[in-house]
Design a protein around this ligand. Structure first.
Ligand code: IMP
Length: 448
């Protein structure tokens, strides 16, 4: 773990991005860094993301609200690249307020797109049609989405004519007109299913306009707001939702989400150019997990995978689904470091690795030959799912450590073998591991 010579100068912008398939513990690190920043900004994804933050005895599961909300005085910004389910957002705001968390500092971009009830229906129907035995023809493979309407909403954003943005919620006439068009389109697709009121423009207008009214004081042009902050030398933290290997362009397509989750998404998702970033913190779980379908080279379908799941409590924050578990894949992580321009890594859930006799780390792939015969070895990640499905992991085996490390508070508290694991990761990735997390609490964090 390399000691960081990091200026805490004003004007610094930081990005926090997941380097795997999500659930790396980004929420904890955003929470940790929020106090050093003036604003925390979400730039992609929506209520599919789930960030867990533990403060004292309190546990918060946030989906749309930036994790910085838990720091008084820090502005929490939902940028234009986010897809906002306005009813879910209000639910989250009300839930936080009920627990005594002030949410006055939360603002939402007027240009963020709205996830409407029919987007969730579409998500559900698409998944059903794609899954074998689910009423579909078995011609495709379901992605295993969170069914939060994310893909259909981003699709409408690209298609334009049936899209609704947060600013439209404040203009009932415009909203009604747009909903008429949207519902007309959706009716041609959502046949043979129970749609209830979800395709009734009058009812939807009333419902969404009411939510818009409640959100009105928070709706603004966040691009100008962020540039004003930058002009004042304020520090901004960008909180990536989902993770690099789920990025629609750079992830394991098509088993990805529908947004740019990498640091590359910050520019389009907020209007702040990438050159403003001083620090890109890559969040890396000490092992691998994945929810939903798609290739995962180091997945363990055995008792070791089961042990990682139970020790790491690997069940989805958003859907509660058990996560697929396996050893750390450094081929994938090195790719993610490259794509994001990561300047330092936070190694998370390290305590989960206590008690294994040996620890394996994937450092290369064996790619099966086209005829299924002997293949060749590569150190490259293969982001296309069809290619990644054909690889087998090549492992290095490191000594395990038996000691509980949840009480460690500094680097030197870690047993030698545990430090060896961190040093191996650092050397392979070529960037410093500046943070090691040994438990969910704020105090269970070793900072270099
Ligand atoms: P969607 O984002 O709901 O469309 O789901 C697409 C894929 O991304 C599915 O495999 C989801 O399980 C996965 N996914 C989306 N968001 C997250 C996240 O925050 N953590 C982990 N997996 C996610």
């Amino acid at each position: 773990m390399i000691e960081q010579d990091r200026p805490s100068g004003a004007g610094g912008c930081t990005a926090v991005v997941g380097l795997q398939w999500g659930d790396e513990g980004k929420g904890k690190i955003v929470d940790l860094l929020a106090g050093e920043h003036d604003a925390v900004v979400r730039y992609n994804g929506g209520a599919n993301a789930g960030h867990t933050v533990v403060v004292g005895d309190e546990k918060y599961a946030l989906h749309l609200v930036p994790s910085g909300i838990l720091y008084p005085g820090v502005l929490a910004v939902v940028g234009n690249g986010v897809v906002v389910d306005p009813e879910k957002l209000l639910e989250e705001i009300d839930g936080l307020e009920a627990r005594g968390v002030c949410t006055d500092s939360l603002v939402v971009s007027s240009r963020a797109h709205v996830v409407a009830p029919y987007h969730k229906l579409e998500d559900e129907v698409r998944e059903r049609l794609l899954s074998c035995g689910g009423g579909g023809d078995g011609g495709g493979v379901a992605i295993g989405t969170t069914k939060r309407g994310i893909g259909p909403c981003y699709a409408d954003k690209a298609q334009r004519s049936s899209a609704i943005r947060v600013g439209d919620l404040l203009r009932p006439d415009v909203l009604r007109e747009k909903l008429e068009t949207a519902c007309r389109f959706k009716r041609t697709r959502l046949v043979d299913i129970e749609v209830g009121d979800d395709l009734d423009p009058a009812i939807l207008t009333e419902r969404l306009a009411a939510v818009g009214e409640r959100l009105r004081p928070r709706v603004t042009d966040t691009t100008y707001l962020l540039h004003e902050l930058l002009g004042e030398g304020k520090r901004i933290l960008f909180e990536g939702g989902n993770a690099t290997l789920l990025d629609v362009d750079h992830g394991t397509y098509p088993f990805v989400t529908s947004s740019n989750c990498t640091a590359l998404g910050i520019s389009t998702g907020t209007g702040v150019p990438g050159r403003r970033l001083d620090r890109v913190v890559g969040i890396l779980k000490a092992y691998s997990t994945r929810v939903g379908a798609g290739p995962m080279p180091t997945e363990l379908d055995d008792e070791t995978g089961e042990l990682l799941r139970s020790r790491g409590n690997e069940y989805g924050t958003t859907t509660g689904r058990p996560r697929r578990c396996g050893w750390l894949d450094l081929v994938a992580a090195r790719y993610s470091v490259m794509v994001n321009g990561v300047t330092e890594v936070a190694l998370m859930l390290f305590d989960v690795l206590t008690g294994f006799d040996e620890l394996k780390i994937c450092t290369a792939y064996e790619v099966a030959g086209a005829d299924g015969g002997a293949g060749e070895r590569t150190a490259r990640f293969l982001p296309d799912a069809v290619d990644l499905e054909r690889v087998a992991p090549v492992y290095e085996t490191l000594a395990g450590f038996g000691e509980e490390i949840t009480g460690a508070r500094q680097w030197t508290d870690l047993p030698t073998k545990a430090r060896g694991y961190v040093e191996f990761v650092e050397a392979f990735l070529g960037v410093p591991v500046s943070i090691v997390s040994v438990g969910p609490g704020r105090e269970q964090t070793l900072v270099g």
